[in-house]
Design a protein around this ligand. Sequence first.
Ligand SMILES: *Cc1c(COP(=O)(O)O)cnc(C)c1O
Length: 362
Amino acid sequence: MTMIPYGRQSIDDADIEAVTSVLRGDWLTQGPAIDRFEEAVAEYVGARHAVAFSSGTSALHGAAAAAGLGPGDVVHTTPLTFMASANCARYVGARPALIDIDEATLNLDVRAVDNTVDALVPVHYAGLPVDLTALPHRPRVVIEDAAHALGAWTPDGPVGNCAHSEMTCFSFHPVKPITTAEGGMVTTNNDELADRLRKFRSHGIRRHPEKGGWYYDVENVGYHYRMTDVQAALGLSQLGRLDRFIEDRNRLADRYREVLADLPLRLPPAAPDGVRHGYHLFVIRVADRAHVFEALRARGVFVQVHYVPVHHHSVSIDVLLPTSGVRVTDRVYEEIISLPLYPGLTEEGQDTVVRVLDEVLS
Ligand SMILES: *Cc1c(COP(=O)(O)O)cnc(C)c1O
């Protein structure tokens, strides 16, 4: 029985060549590949700066710290996300809070962002951009968690251009739109934030060549959150194929929509006009999720659930819930399953998923 995962990387000979050429060169870390990868991502998304990190999680930590968030601050995000979206508040001593999702998009309900919301981490769930132009109130700090959405577009341009945010964070984990094995990036148009991000990822160090070539000052507590040149070379090579990856994901998603149309399930929200969906995930909704999940896995279709909501976890005893609750999230969570979707998924592989799903549902 072949196993079809819900997501996986696409690595070609050019990626392998890019990595091996770094391994044969002088710098394994802190060399020229990082600068090139950062410049290429900044250019791709149309942001002034891009700062590479060791993971999407450390990128979010860096963004929360650079924004000056800390004790006393409340940071709102969606319940339907990976814990890192909420943890970036905890890392800096701030408190996470939740806003329920909108059933029409599965993103946090932007209409609920009132003038009590000071800091917001919107997540472009499954690769469908949150419509930040619809916010009734612009929070003081907006940090986009775009771990799913490199390559997605809004009517205001690529996700990551920070048209309506201070910073945007990306992840390059193998299942994400492009990979560096592990890695992340923060984009911003703000010079001061970019400077803080660079210091934060490297021990709080600022160099002072005027005091000698060796001299540096540790200005504040920083971390070691750097990406290596090996990873950056892989990322740069992958970035060259990003548009093809997103086109493949969209083609496969359109095909799912056609062939699944008559099955007893709900299809995911589609992109409105002027938006390019990233399709990191293809999330269907079914009535008997536990049965469907186990039956698909038993037949080699390695589906996943994205996500166990933030407030369901033990760590979330500190999380602030809206007075109206998060009922939409709790209801939707009971039904969601992510079907296999990735650039290397063949139409035959997809047909297998559909045939097995049909069997399981009937
Ligand atoms: C993957 C992911 C992250 C964390 O990225 P890592 O690179 O795994 O640290 C954060 N937020 C969301 C929504 C993610 O899917």
